[in-house]
Design a protein around this ligand. Structure first.
Ligand SMILES: CC(C)(COP(=O)(O)OP(=O)(O)OC[C@H]1O[C@@H](n2cnc3c(N)ncnc32)[C@H](O)[C@@H]1OP(=O)(O)O)[C@@H](O)C(=O)NCCC(=O)NCCS
Length: 216
């Protein structure tokens, strides 16, 4: 990494960063899109427990203590996807409102809802359909079995992979937020959605009032 890139990264981390976040919602009962059956056969999925600390070591060593703490929560849970014995994918969910300790913001999926955050695929397994395979089981089997009826998530609007993934699974945009981090302090404000997309969001909000507006 050049000194310019290092400087830009340090600036973004410590001084100023701005991103546009899209909040999106999915009704769990919606049918799941097709996926790669061969890949699905290789994918072993299970709910994470404290015994998975070792599995997290390869990619998330620094976060293991925090993950173990979160697993003690009555509302938070994590699902893992293992391919050939390696942790290839994980996603975290929270029943009800979730206060994100990094962003210092509460995301509220509404009654019977779950907040979905930290969707991650190991770089060695990306762009091969693994997130699709994992989510097919999450939305087709795991969340319905837990009685979760809708899911709220956010993603940066320039995160192409995430935008495509959520679109494939039928997530509907329900709002956009500006997110600033200035000298370590976070700020949020509603952002205007691009022309033509507000109607989709309004229609989604009108079909059900189960999702409450997030605090901004
Ligand atoms: C986002 C992420 C989970 C996707 O995982 P993945 O296994 O690579 O995704 P898949 O191969 O299943 O592909 C899902 C969709 O994204 C597209 N995609 C994946 N990587 C892409 C990339 N680098 N550029 C463009 N599109 C990409 C695929 O083409 C597919 O699109 P389609 O539905 O139109 O066919 C993964 O890139 C990741 O972990 N990123 C870092 C963490 C992150 O950004 N998490 C999202 C937080 S909301």
């Amino acid at each position: 990494m050049s000194w310019r890139e290092r400087l830009a990264r340090a600036w973004r981390r410590r001084v100023f960063t701005h991103e546009l976040l899209c909040l999106a919602r999915r009704e769990v009962a919606m049918p799941v899109p097709p996926g790669d059956e061969k890949l699905e056969q290789r994918l072993v999925m299970r709910r994470a427990t404290a015994a998975d600390a070792l599995l997290w070591q390869e990619s998330w060593a620094a976060k293991v203590p925090w993950y173990l703490e979160r697993l003690k929560s009555a509302t938070e849970f994590c699902w893992l996807g293992i391919v050939d014995g390696r942790l290839a994918v994980h996603c975290w969910y929270n029943r009800g409102p979730y206060f994100d300790p990094m962003m210092k913001h509460t995301f509220d999926p509404g009654p019977s809802g779950a907040y979905f955050g930290e969707g991650w695929v190991h770089p060695d397994f990306r762009v091969g359909g693994l997130a699709i395979a994992f989510n097919r089981r999450i939305y087709g089997e795991v969340l319905p079995a837990l009685g979760v009826q809708q899911v709220l998530c956010y993603y940066a609007t320039d995160n192409v992979a995430s935008v495509k993934l959520q679109a494939r699974f039928g997530f509907v945009e329900v709002g956009w937020l500006h997110h600033w981090k200035i000298l370590g302090r976070h700020g949020f404000a509603r952002a205007a959605m691009p022309k033509g997309r507000e109607q989709g969001a309004e229609a989604a909000a009108a079909t059900t009032d189960r999702t409450r507006s997030p605090r901004t």
